[in-house]
Structures are given as structure tokens and as C-alpha cells.
Unconditional design. Structure first.
Length: 676
């Protein structure tokens, strides 16, 4: 099948939704399909070309759940609708959506999906564009009856093709006033108008005295919860009002009018069936659109779309306003910024709490602390109302070591505590203890585990994978001890007073006949951090020291992994190994490890898939290593794997990186000597 677009821009906008090649108009073959955008020039041309070349047309438009930000800001789209009959907002002619509502038999399974999706839209307040403002407390008076007038964009195609041009917004307002004597009338302005990009269909100078203007871009779903009735011409927000249980008066013929759900000023003779809310929703949100997840770069569905938009809506909310970063080394600052992009924000790095007093701090400002360089309690002394977040590297970090000043491809941002501090509940612990993992997420985690194992990926990557040949006897139990950095915050907070020397002593005491291998921490081997590296002490308790090999290679040759708090224990769980913990790492206490200590808060028993879903999918943020945009872990892993393959296969690239790392380490030594 050949798809021809009548617009190069259209190809750019929709190519993600079609896994076959889209062609712009040249050397057209008969019986081809021509794509165009709704009732715009490209759509009309597509219809014309289809007739001329005995082909067919497909008209596209944004879906009813489109994106995080407005399309005007090039926010990637999650859905499009495709119509080979007409287009949903043109009530002068039939459309595929209208035909579905007239003729489709809606089975119980489809209606159950519709009910579930409606409930999720209400819960997460998902709408067409999702970077919206929260409604302030006490914005509306209590016990007030309210009616909402939904204005639209002037000369919008839905007004023309929805037969609404004969009605003015003032007509709606006057009718609302006359028909609702005991109600307060509110008038909502369209978000494209608020952004300054479009003109409204309502003259603000004609605002009646007894009406109030809503001039902020509040979330439509959240807003509609305060209303019992709405008036609109053809706005999709009218259907969202139906979802929220509002009465809806329509002055045009939008897709949801004429089915018995709305109070209609016009009649469409073609629309003969009476439909329930779930049936109209199923047709327009489930059967009519095509979904794609731009953060995951793959085909999607409405449920994945809702969950993903909710996730990135929350990230955008955290990233918005003025952000102050404390404790971030100079080299990290440029790498950190892509994780905190937002439509409106300002990022400010400061070196001390004292430096904050130079700014006029308001309660909307947010603070982000790297690791445990600053204590939350110190900030709380002066800034009691501000949100404070802890930031650290994610669990799949980079190609090489962070201590070699390499860019991190993942971060964790925690609103509660630092995830390595077992004395307090973190966001990660809260997810692990309380999150309801659905089957789609579990399957995604299962696929992720397989991908990590096949591609031998762990937190730090770049060491060569190789098969190890140990001197252990046949059937002798092999234990791996992955060493840690002694002054690492995870050891200080979660090590329960244990150090690496204590660990190797206890492991040998409990396993006198085992073959114990010791893997020094790469940061210690590089000389960047402090740790146990005296081989005489190590070999007193261990049988062999392995260096310059990946943690994957070391885990694969072992039967058990014994650790204090190392993320290598987490890597080992993914690879099906027995893990013994002597401190309190984030992955202990969930029934997957043998633990010396316990946390009474952690009462849930988890599967490995649930642990992975929380730790690698839900909790961290990831960026695409190439374009530095936020994405999901699968995209990051695919690009990391390609980068790692290039690193190993192109000797001149590896040499360049190795020289850079060598220089960085030398400079570090010089500074350390100066400080000493």
C-alpha cells in the first residue's frame, strides 16, 4: 500500500503513526491512498487527487487526547483520527465516526474499556492539551450554582463545518442568563487565545456585568467538576462536560450532538440512533483514533496514552516556575538541564543556602538538592512552604563512570527523601509499597528485564563483557562480592555501620567452603573515589579479585551475590541470582533478597517484574542521549546500546574517549593534592 501526502509538513507530523513509508506527491500510481489534513487545503487536495487517480483518501486530524503542550509549541502528538468518509467536525456530510455511531454494534468488552478509560480521564484529569494550570483554592464560592459558557477560536473550522456560524457567543450568554436565573455565569476563553496565538470568537469588551471571565488556562476536566451545565457551539469540551455529568447545550452540531445526550439547537437528520455516553466515547476515543507514544516511540492505546500523559504532566508540573538547584557540581549543570525542561520555568544554580537570600523567594519556588549535600531540615528553617526535591543518578546511568564527568542518561527526582536513606520513606519506597501494577506494566517490565540481560546493561556501561574462567572446583559455590565506595552516601545512610572489610570477613565466616570473588568498585579502581583496594587484605578472605570486566560478566559466573547496598545486587536479581544484603538497599525487604536487617514499613511481597516496573519505569526520568528530550527507558536503552557498540567497534572513538578520561583523572589528582 502506498500512502501519498499532499503536504510535506503532514508527513513530518504523522509519520510516527504509520510504520510504512509516506510519500509526498510525485509519480503517483493509480489505486493509491492520499492523505490530507481535515478540511484544510491538503485535505481537499487529497480528495481531488483520489478522484483523479481512482484511489482513495484518508483525512487526518488531531485526536481528542493530543499532547502535553499545545501543538503550536511542537509538542509531540499522541493521537490522530483518520477518516475515509469525511471528518468528524463537518456535520454537513457523513464521517466515519458518524457512521460508527449510526451502525456499530458495541459489545460489552468495548463498553467496559470505555468505562475504564472515562474513569481514568476523570481521575487523572486528562484532556486534549495537558499542560494546564491548577484551579486555586477558594476560586469558586461555596454553594454557588454555576453555568459555563465555552468560547472558541474565531473562524475555527469546527464552527464553519459544525453549522454554528449563525449563532454568536453573545446569543449563548444571553440564553444562559435567561434560562438559569439562580446561577452564576462563567465564560471560559480558549487556550489558543490565552497563548496569544489565535483570536477569540467572543469580544471581551461585551462581557455582561453579571458574568465572570475565566482567563487562565485551567484544566478543563478539573474546571468542569465545579459546573452543572455548559453552553457551547461545537467545542470538544462539551463532550468532556458530558463525561463529568454536566448538562450540555449545543448551538452547532459537534460529533457528540444528535445522539440523545445533549440539548441541541440544530437537528441532523442523518443521526438517527440514540446512544449512551459510553457508546459515543467508545466510537470517538477507542475506535476512531490511532494512538502512538512519542516518549516510547511505538504504537500505543488510550490507556498507555492516559498513563504516559499523566506521568509527564506531573513532571512538567514539578519542572515549572522557578527552580533552584543546590549542591550541583559545575560539570553537572549543563547535563542536568534537559531533565528539567518545561514550557515556562527558570533554572538557577546556587552554591549555598545563604545565596538563596539574594533572591526574592516565593512559595512557588522549588529547591532541588543533589544527593545529601544539603539537609532538608536546613532549608526548612528558612523556607517552610517550598517544595524540596532530592536528585540523584538513575539506575541505568551512562556508558562510563559518572566520576569521569560523563553525561547521565537518567535521574531520579524524589519529593520525600533520598532513596538510599532507609530511615525515611522515599517516593520509590512508596511506589513499591502501594502502587497497583497492571498487566501491561508487568509485561513491559518483563520485556525490559530480557533486554537488559541480552544487552548486558547495568548502571555503568563501557567495560568489556567476557566469559570468566575461575579456579573454583566443580560444584563449589561461587559468591560475588561487589565492592562499594566507602564514603558513598548509600553506605553512610544505608550501610548499617558495615564497611567492605567487615563484609568480606562475615561472608567468609558464613561460607567457609565457598569460592569468593571480589570485584573492586570501578570508581575505586579509577582512583576517583575511596574504597578497599589493598589486595593482601582482600585475598585473606576472598579467593580471587576480578578487574576490568563488566558487572554482568561477574554476576553470570556467580551463584550468589553478597553486598551491603550496591545496585549490583539489583542487577543480580534481574539475572535470577540469589542476593544477600548486609545493609538496607532500596531493593531489600520485599521478599526477593536474604536480608540481615529489615524495615518494618516494607510489608509488601513483590515479584521481580514489580520491582523493575517501579525502579526502572515509574520512578526515574530518562533522556534520549541524541536529542536530549525526555523519553522512556526503552528508547534510552536502544540508543545506549548503539553507542556502546560503536565505542567497542571503532578503536579511534574508544581511544578518544579513553584519552579524555585519562586527562580528567590526572586533573582530578592535581586538585586533590592541592587541597591536601
Amino acid at each position: 500500500m502506498n500512502l501519498y501526502s499532499t503536504s510535506k509538513r503532514l508527513i513530518k507530523n504523522v509519520k510516527n503513526f504509520y510504520k510504512i513509508k509516506l510519500y509526498s506527491f510525485f509519480n503517483v500510481k493509480d489505486n493509491s491512498i492520499f492523505l490530507g489534513w481535515g478540511r484544510k487545503k491538503s485535505g481537499l487536495k487529497a480528495i481531488s487527487l483520489a478522484k483523479r487517480h481512482k484511489g482513495s483518501f484518508l483525512l487526518l486530524e488531531d485526536g481528542f487526547i493530543r499532547s502535553l503542550n499545545l501543538g503550536l509549541y511542537n509538542s509531540p502528538s499522541f493521537s490522530i483520527v483518520e477518516d475515509d468518509v469525511g471528518i468528524y467536525y463537518d456535520s454537513n456530510e457523513a464521517s466515519r465516526l458518524e457512521n460508527l455511531l449510526n451502525n456499530h454494534t458495541f459489545d460489552s468488552l468495548l463498553l467496559q474499556k470505555a468505562k475504564k478509560a472515562i474513569a481514568l480521564i476523570q481521575k487523572y484529569e486528562i484532556t486534549k492539551y495537558n499542560n494546564t494550570l491548577e484551579i486555586p483554592k477558594n476560586f469558586f464560592k461555596k454553594h454557588e450554582k454555576r453555568v459555563l459558557i465555552i468560547t472558541q477560536v474565531d473562524k475555527d473550522a469546527s464552527l464553519k463545518y459544525g453549522q454554528a456560524l449563525s449563532f454568536s457567543t453573545n446569543d449563548m450568554i444571553q440564553d444562559a442568563i435567561n434560562e438559569n436565573k439562580d446561577a452564576k455565569i462563567y465564560i471560559k476563553i480558549h487556550p489558543d487565545v490565552l497563548s496569544g496565538k489565535r483570536k477569540s470568537d467572543f469580544d471581551l469588551n461585551l462581557l455582561p456585568e453579571n458574568c465572570e471571565l475565566i482567563s487562565k488556562n485551567y484544566n478543563p476536566i478539573a474546571l468542569l467538576k465545579y459546573f452543572s451545565k455548559v453552553y457551547t457551539k461545537t467545542s470538544t469540551m462539551g463532550f468532556e462536560a458530558l463525561i463529568l455529568g454536566c448538562k450540555c447545550v449545543c448551538y452547532g452540531l459537534p460529533f457528540y450532538a444528535g445522539w440523545g445526550l445533549t440539548i441541541d439547537k440544530l437537528v441532523c437528520q442523518r443521526r438517527k440512533a440514540k446512544r449512551t455516553l459510553e457508546e459515543v466515547f467508545a466510537a470517538s476515543y477507542l475506535l476512531y483514533p490511532r494512538y502512538f507514544n512519542p516518549y516510547l516511540n511505538q504504537k500505543s492505546d488510550i490507556f498507555d496514552t492516559i498513563y504516559t500523559l499523566n506521568r509527564y504532566k506531573n513532571i512538567e508540573k514539578i519542572n515549572s516556575k522557578r527552580l533552584f538547584f543546590l549542591g550541583f557540581a559545575l560539570w553537572k549543570r549543563r547535563f542536568i538541564k534537559p531533565f528539567f525542561t518545561a514550557q515556562t520555568n527558570k533554572i538557577i544554580f546556587v552554591n549555598s543556602i545563604k545565596a538563596l537570600f539574594k533572591f526574592n523567594i516565593t512559595k512557588e519556588d522549588k529547591f532541588f538538592i543533589w544527593g545529601y549535600k544539603f539537609k532538608k531540615e536546613e532549608l526548612r528553617k528558612y523556607f517552610k512552604e517550598n517544595q524540596i526535591y532530592f536528585v540523584e543518578d538513575g539506575f541505568i546511568r551512562s556508558i562510563s563512570l559518572g566520576s569521569d564527568l560523563t553525561r547521565a542518561f537518567s535521574l531520579v527526582v524524589d519529593s520525600k527523601s533520598f532513596y538510599v536513606d532507609p530511615s525515611k520513606e522515599s517516593d520509590l519506597e512508596n511506589i513499591l509499597q502501594n502502587y497497583e501494577f497492571d498487566e501491561n506494566l508487568i509485561q513491559r517490565a518483563r520485556n525490559l528485564i530480557e533486554k537488559l540481560k541480552v544487552n548486558k546493561i547495568s548502571k555503568y556501561n563501557g567495560l568489556k563483557h567476557q566469559e570468566l574462567f575461575l579456579k573454583a572446583d566443580k560444584n563449589q559455590k561461587v559468591i560475588l562480592i561487589p565492592a562499594q565506595v566507602e564514603d558513598d552516601v548509600s553506605m553512610i545512610l544505608g550501610g548499617m555501620g558495615f564497611n567492605t572489610k567487615d563484609l568480606i570477613k562475615e561472608v567468609r565466616l558464613k561460607n567457609p567452603k565457598a569460592y569468593i570473588i571480589f570485584k573492586p568498585h570501578p570508581d575505586v579502581l579509577s582512583g576517583n573515589r575511596k574504597g578497599l583496594k589493598d589486595e593482601r587484605i582482600i585475598l585473606e578472605f576472598c579467593d580471587e579479585i576480578i578487574k576490568d570486566v563488566s558487572i554482568d560478566s561477574a554476576i553470570n559466573v556467580s551463584d550468589e551475590i553478597h553486598t551491603i547496598t550496591s545496585t549490583s545486587g539489583f542487577d543480580a536479581l534481574l539475572r535470577g541470582k540469589k542476593v544477600f544484603t548486609y545493609g538496607l538497599p532500596f531493593y531489600a525487604g520485599w521478599g526477593l533478597t536474604q536480608d540481615k536487617h529489615n524495615i518494618t514499613r516494607r510489608t509488601r511481597k513483590l515479584s521481580i517484574e514489580e520491582l523493575v516496573a517501579a525502579t526502572l519505569i515509574i520512578y526515574p526520568r530518562y533522556i534520549n542521549p541524541i536529542n536530549k528530550h525526555l523519553c522512556e527507558i526503552e528508547v534510552t536503552l536502544d540508543i545506549m546500546q548503539k553507542m556502546q557498540n560503536i565505542y567497542f567497534s571503532k578503536w579511534w572513538i574508544k581511544l578518544g574517549i579513553d584519552i579524555r578520561i585519562f586527562i580528567i583523572r590526572k586533573i582530578r589528582r592535581i586538585f586533590e593534592k592541592i587541597i591536601d
